[in-house]
Structures are given as structure tokens and as C-alpha cells.
Design a protein around this ligand. Sequence first.
Ligand SMILES: [Zn+2]
Length: 354
Amino acid sequence: MERKSNFSRYATVPLFLILSGVVIPVLADELATSDGKHYEGVIVNQSPSSVTVRLKEGTMTFKRSDLKYIKKWSRQENGALTEKWSASSASDGSSQGRDEELKFSDTVRYSDKPWQIYEEDAFIAFHHDEGIVRGRLKGKVGDYCKRVADKFGYEEFKIYDESASPDWDLKFKFYSYGDFASWKKAAQARGFNPDTLMAFAAGNRRVFFYELYMKTDVIYHEIAHEIYRELTKEANIPRWWSEGIAQYALLTTGEARRDISNSRFRAMNNQHIPLLSPNNDSYEHNYEDGLSVVYFLARDKGKDRFKEFNYNLRKGKGFENSLFEVYGFDNIGALDRAWVEYLKKMDVKDMVGE
Ligand SMILES: [Zn+2]
């Protein structure tokens, strides 16, 4: 999601993040804290003041001043340990998925500072500020997802649940960058402009945030991108539709009025940006016009047809083909004309209800 700016750039391109084969130099270790606890694992990071160890269950960081001793193992012993972990997790897809995510997290750290981890059933968060992560995400993610899925009419949607659906792929993975230098690298690694980018959804339920903007509206918006992608099985859709959908999921009708008014103003004054215009990638077009198109199809034409349209995409029918089958528009050009007429006729004050 972008901040409103003339310099906005793509925030949501499906990405094929490749788990890189980079091998982290491992020092095998054993450590004990002064309160008598003992840990066996693999040191993944050391600083003058702290030591971070990957344990079977996750990564932990210790203050050096709290440690009684650190004992290094040989590389072979170390390898034997990690093999033992993966052997025992092979029977458990969830913990294997978790191990892979921990490996992946190291490849997108872009900083010397080790990640801290906060985890609940619905999600795992890699971050550098537990207070912020708890404040923004604790106990909320499952509800956000359910509301978004309901709004799309997505019946098959599931979220990770230890007892009912313990499939790691169902877990959201959040990455929150506290400092701009590492956020900049994370954004640039995917071809985004870090200056206007607040967050992006990267596929596989992974969402990256600049911590400063990890707020409810941005979290909703990015979760919505991920959920809509799953609903439509990564259907090829125009950028304005993708952003309009995410804004539709996020905003209440009352909140949507302002953006739709802006879109309407352009239509009334013959300044509207055609849906087929090839070069317009502005915030106004993608977010405001996109939202007003979604309102036109989801609300003015009714939720049943909106759901049918989304399920047509899910079945692999194309965007224009689905437009024709469900709404009778021959193509995006025909949608554009009907949408402008709708904007001219409608009154945002009549927009009420969910
Ligand atoms: Zn977006």
C-alpha cells in the first residue's frame, strides 16, 4: 500500500520469492544462562552485547551478561543436530514449514539485528519491537481475515488453527522493518520505491511492513490482497481492480464515500481517467477509481453477482470474460462507460450499510 503521492509505484505485484540456497555460516553451540537454563542450538548471530541462537522451536536472543557460558560444537555435530530436527519435523508439516520460514526470514533481514519473533495461531511476526507488534496485531488477525473473507463471499477461506487446521501455509507471516535503511533494501529488492511504500503483500500470506505504517488500515489492506489472490487463484486482474478490492475490504461505507466522491468529481467534470488508459498509475486512479468501480459492481449490482464474478475468476475464466458472463459488459471499455454513467447519477449520501 502506498501513501498518496504523485510518485507512487507498484505496491502489489505477485512475487515468486525464491528460497535462496545461501548457507548461513553456522557455529554450533550450547549455552547456559546464569539462571541455570541450558540450550542447544545453532548460533546465527553474535554482537558484543547479545547472542542469537536458533533452537528447534525458534530463534532466541540472549544478553551476553545473562550467560554463564557458551560452548561451541563442531560443524559435524552441528549438522547432526539440524538433521535430527528436520527428521523429527518431517512427520510434522507444520513445524517443517516453520523451519523454512525461519530460514527465509534470515534472507530478508537486511540488517545485522536479529529478528525477534512474536507468534500466535493465526500468524507469525518477525519484528524489532514487541510492544508495537502486540499493540497492532495481538489477537486481531483472525478477526481481520474473517471480515475480509466475508466481504468477498469467500466460503472456503481458512486460517491456521492448531486443533482444526494445522497447516503452516494457512498462517500469515508478517515482516516489520523498524529502521528505514533495512526497509529500503527490502523494498528495493522487489523493485519498489521505498519512499512512498508503506507495506506490500508478497504472496504465500507474507506481508512486509515499514513499522511506522503498520497500522490497522494498512494491515487490513494487505491482508485483503492476499485473501483475494487466494480466492481468485492468482487471477490476472487490472491494478485498479486489485487496489479497489483491497480498499473495499478495508473501508466502511462511510469511509469509502470520500474516495468515491473524488472519483465522481472527475467523472462529472469530464476528467475521468479511463479504465483502459495505459499509462495512468496514480494513487487517484488505482485506489479511488478502483474503489468506485468495485462499489459499482459489488453494491450497485448486488453482492450475489459480485460473489459470482469472483468465483468465475476462481474457476479460471478471464477478467473480461467474467465481466461479460456476470454483468453483461462486453469488455473493460463497456464497463468504463457504464461506471461513468453510474458515478454521474449516484449520490454518495445514498451509500449506506455494509
Ligand atoms: Zn494495495
